[in-house]
Design a binder for this molecule. Structure first.
Ligand SMILES: [Zn+2]
Length: 156
């Protein structure tokens, strides 16, 4: 194995932790769940920093299919851009629910993300915003998808 692959955490994910194997990607649960009920990672089979455009489209389609099922318990969930990626040299995307009580919720709000609403079947961009030091969620349309389903009629 090449030296950079030998030390790469993603290249060294054990086969038994791989949930699903695709042509160019693998799916696994993230090492740390950070208080989420489900947190998944899709990563390229090859040790590459970037994937071509077609593969990127393929990856997001896979994430939509996988996520819609895996996060069916939640009102909404998100795919995160790798703004805070710990392994930037190996292409991957993390998806999780948007539980406000999760350990990384503040980081979630600071990360560019695609928010998928399971009930409305919509996809919205969550744009990072300045977080004030308060436990209150900022009143913005970008993050209302991340609120617990307190709104009438949204409970399943
Ligand atoms: Zn790697």
């Amino acid at each position: 194995m090449e030296p950079d692959k030998a030390i790469c955490p993603l290249c060294n994910i054990p086969t038994d932790e791989v949930i699903q194997e695709f042509q160019r990607f693998r799916l696994c649960r993230t090492k740390t769940m950070k208080g989420h009920r489900e947190r998944l990672m899709l990563y390229s089979t090859d040790h590459v920093k970037n994937v071509d455009e077609q593969s990127l489209g393929e990856a997001y389609l896979l994430l939509m299919i996988i996520g819609t099922r895996a996060f069916s318990y939640a009102t909404n969930w998100a795919v995160f851009e790798p703004a805070y990626a710990t392994v930037p040299e190996h292409w991957h995307r993390v998806a999780s629910d948007l539980d406000p009580s999760s350990q990384d919720y503040n980081q979630i709000l600071k990360t560019p993300r695609l928010i998928i609403d399971n009930e409305k079947m919509t996809v919205n961009r969550g744009i990072p915003e300045k977080i004030e030091h308060s436990s209150e969620l900022p009143p913005s349309k970008g993050t209302n998808a991340a609120r617990p389903s307190a709104t009438a009629g949204s409970m399943k």
